[in-house]
Design a protein around this ligand. Structure first.
Ligand code: 5GP
Length: 185
């Protein structure tokens, strides 16, 4: 049976998300922004972050699936190796609106190999936004395969598989209020 160990408590997360919101508010004072969330993992983070930014804003969501960069209960009972990304990212849901001349904050749950955000950043840049910044709640720099610059990072964490606060394991655990390490996969 997998076990759950709290890595970041709901209180710690809320404090840091509030700080990130303050930073964004300061950086975009007097301007409008659009939050673009990466489904499904970033939905919880986006909803908390956006409520800490009292600026004129709208939401959009983009969906991608990254083959092989996460374990599923079926294919990876042993854990680690199966979430090494194979480098294939596919668009499953496009944006609903154009980002031309908009200030875009791309909101992601976790920055791991960097493949997903590299793919999405290129896609969004093609819209010619006025600005494009990345807000990632978690960062696992030790796993990076492609360099990527995120302007707002919540927490740098070690190389462990985490769930909760939007993050899943085979679609479960997204509703956990804390971010937990999934042990004994
Ligand atoms: P990247 O393309 O940077 O390797 O992967 C980013 C995506 O991989 C994240 O959006 C997330 O879906 C998934 N991912 C990477 N590490 C973890 C993790 O520790 N836990 C969960 N639940 N998903 C992860």
């Amino acid at each position: 049976m997998p076990g759950l160990k709290v890595l970041l408590s709901r209180k710690t997360i809320a404090q840091r998300v509030a700080e990130m919101g303050e930073e964004i508010t300061r950086d975009f004072r007097g301007q409008s922004i659009i939050f673009v969330g990466v489904l499904k993992g970033a939905a919880v983070f986006l909803s908390d972050l956006a409520r800490q930014v009292p600026l004129d804003s709208t939401f959009d969501f983009i969906g991608v699936s990254s083959y092989g960069n996460r374990p599923t209960a079926k294919e990876d009972p042993a854990g680690h190796a199966a979430w090494d990304s194979l480098g294939e990212v596919r668009l499953t849901k496009d944006l609903d609106q154009s980002l031309a001349d908009r200030n875009v904050i791309l909101v992601e749950d976790i920055l791991d190999t960097g493949l997903t955000l590299n793919y999405i950043s290129k896609l969004l840049q093609a819209h010619q936004p006025r600005s494009l910044r990345i807000a990632a709640l978690l960062d696992k720099p030790s796993r990076r395969k492609q360099p990527i610059q995120a302007q707002y990072i919540g927490f740098t964490i070690p190389d462990a598989y985490v769930v909760g606060y939007g993050l899943d394991y085979a679609e479960r655990y997204r509703n956990l209020p804390d971010i937990c390490v999934l042990e004994n996969l």
